[in-house]
Design a protein around this ligand. Structure first.
Ligand code: AMP
Length: 464
């Protein structure tokens, strides 16, 4: 398929796409849209930033336009679930953009804001409801919503949705849906255990894997700085000063860690904001909007921001802490080099994180170039060469299990952001849209035997 017209999407939709300057479907769109339009269940695997949202939103809108009928009260025809409030908001925006010439009702059900407006929006029913699982269940419990009319369920970031933090909610939700429905799942990564779970929710799915699982965007230049933990903040500041940065997203493992980094940067005169689960929804949205507009150049985030956040012009991602779940690394660095742009990902790795780095390199099948800034390099063990003694006890899975956390969902009040901290840099006007879609990472040297992950992936998909 070389143009959106070839799919047979309605005129109202293709008109909106032309206005958005989408001329050519991306690979995930080319393979997914016809399958969804034919009514099949689909499991779609594609890197972040490759057009996944339109891959499900367009055929879903076509379905609504082709079978117009008023939604029943307190119900929805299409249910889209995503793990974070921000991502849900973005998905809703996409539906509104692509469906702007259609009479389609859309609504958002996310936590952190009052339920009243959401209850009212659902009173007369909606065509498309985009939701995070916790709030959705709250609405169901309070009789503001029935799920018996759902024709199509979409799970975005499906691997995360079926992970420990969400699986109980997802099970409860799926139990309330009609058995006869279409189910679409999308994700950039899909560990085997999760793929097995997904299999129970899909009926004879079309499997679309346009990129090897967990490969990293081609244009992301990846680097590691080996550093002693106490010197991490200084190393971060050094990176921020040396690099030519348009916008940088800094990841920490904990909410407390994110606040600490912001305080350190602020003390050094570098304006930064934090976004994590302890910030109110209002604060999160404001920080993200300021970052999006280029009003702040430095955003410090926990992994709440790692998934799906579509902010153009992020030139750098810095991993202040390395993630203990290797797939998370792929999602994090996917925040840069979106839609054909270039990007740099720099990871600060202390002695305790060397094992995480190994797990990451194993997953992406690459050795990330490292520079060593530890105080005593001679005494320190080589970072990546065969050095089994540096590895914590247990295999990679056990290590992950030990430290893995559920998603951040708790919401507590916090003080409003301090606007004197905001950096008033120029917005980076990088254009939205995809010129070309990048797949397998290539800037970093592949390790020895490089059996493509696609094959391994295809094996996983066979189980579905
Ligand atoms: P997503 O992977 O859904 O987050 O999309 C990444 C970015 O690509 C978004 O900014 C979309 O607006 C844009 N995009 C999606 N599909 C296309 C397309 N076919 N042509 C141009 N831009 C696109």
């Amino acid at each position: 398929m070389t143009s959106f017209q070839d799919f047979g999407l309605g005129d109202a939709i293709t008109r909106a796409l032309a206005e958005e300057k989408y001329h050519t479907p991306t690979p995930i769109q080319a393979q997914t849209i016809p399958a969804v339009m034919s009514g099949r269940d689909v499991i779609g695997i594609a890197q972040t930033g490759t057009g996944k949202t339109a891959a499900f939103a367009l055929p879903v809108l076509h379905r609504l336009a082709a079978n117009p009928r008023p939604p029943a009260r307190k119900s929805c025809r299409i249910l889209v679930l995503s793990p974070t409030r921000e991502l849900s908001g973005q998905i809703l925006d996409s539906f509104r953009t692509y469906g702007r010439h259609l009479r389609v009702r859309t609504a958002l059900a996310i936590g952190g804001v009052s339920m009243g407006a959401q209850v009212r929006a659902l009173l007369n029913g909606t065509d498309v409801l985009v939701a995070t699982p916790g709030r959705l269940l709250d609405l169901v419990k309070s009789n503001a919503l029935r799920l018996s009319e759902v024709e199509c369920l979409v799970l975005d970031e499906a691997d995360r949705m079926l992970d420990m933090g969400f699986i109980h909610d997802i099970r409860k939700i799926v139990a309330k849906l009609p058995v006869q429905r279409q189910t679409l799942m999308f994700s950039a990564t899909m560990p085997r255990a999760i793929a097995d779970l997904a299999a129970h929710m899909l009926h004879d799915p079309v499997k679309v894997a346009v990129t090897p699982v967990a490969s990293t965007a081609e244009r992301v230049e990846q680097r590691v700085i080996l550093v002693d933990r106490p010197a991490k903040l200084a190393a971060l500041m050094d990176v921020l000063r040396r690099e030519t940065i348009d916008r940088v997203l800094i990841f920490t493992r904990t909410k407390h860690g994110a606040d600490k980094v912001v305080r350190g940067l602020t003390r050094a005169g570098i304006g930064a904001e934090a976004i994590h689960g302890n910030k109110s929804q209002n604060q999160r949205e404001r920080a993200l909007a300021a970052f999006r507009k280029g009003e702040i150049k430095t955003l410090v985030a926990t992994d709440i921001a790692a998934r799906g956040i579509d902010v153009d012009g992020i030139s750098h991602v810095v991993n202040f802490d390395l993630p203990n779940v290797p797939e998370t690394y792929v999602h994090r660095i996917g925040r840069t080099a979106r839609a054909g742009a270039e990007g740099v990902a720099i990871s600060l790795c202390d002695g305790e994180e060397v094992a995480f780095l190994r797990d990451i390199e194993k997953l992406i099948r690459m050795t990330i170039p490292a520079s060593d800034r530890r105080a005593d390099q001679r005494r320190a063990k080589p970072p990546l060469a065969a050095a089994p003694s540096t590895k914590p006890a247990g295999n990679a899975k056990q290590r992950r299990g030990k430290r893995r956390r559920g998603p951040e969902r708790k919401q507590t009040r916090h003080s409003q952001p301090n606007h004197s901290q905001l950096n008033h840099g120029q917005p980076n006007g990088s254009p939205r849209g995809i010129d070309s879609v990048a797949f397998i990472g290539s800037k970093v040297r592949p390790k020895g035997d490089r059996a493509p992950r696609a094959q391994h992936w295809a094996d996983d998909l066979e189980g579905l």
